[in-house]
Write a protein that binds this ligand. Structure first.
Ligand SMILES: [Zn+2]
Length: 89
């Protein structure tokens, strides 16, 4: 099963983060924040998404790999919510 570190609702501009991220390296946490915020601009993980990520965070692929190499032990997750207006402030 693929780990869900965060999610983004484009209609409401709300982003959820898996609180297990606090146990991860700040570089990985930062990657998820940028990843989910990029979904506000592009819904899918296609070419445009990768291009935007390259612009925002050139080393995102290595951060993603670092995160995925350390999977979660527990599948009962809590989420923290952040609205895009708060994030932009
Ligand atoms: Zn995504």
């Amino acid at each position: 099963m693929k780990t869900k570190w965060g999610s983004c609702n484009r209609e409401t501009g709300h982003i959820w983060f898996n609180l297990e991220l606090v146990k991860k390296h700040p570089l990985c946490l930062e990657y998820i924040v940028v990843h989910e915020m990029t979904h506000l601009l592009e819904r899918n993980h296609g070419e445009r998404f990768a291009m935007l990520m390259d612009g925002f965070m050139p080393d995102w692929r290595s951060r993603r790999d670092q995160l995925n190499n350390a999977p979660l032990a527990d599948e009962q997750w809590q989420y923290a919510e952040l609205s895009a207006s708060q994030a932009a402030a």
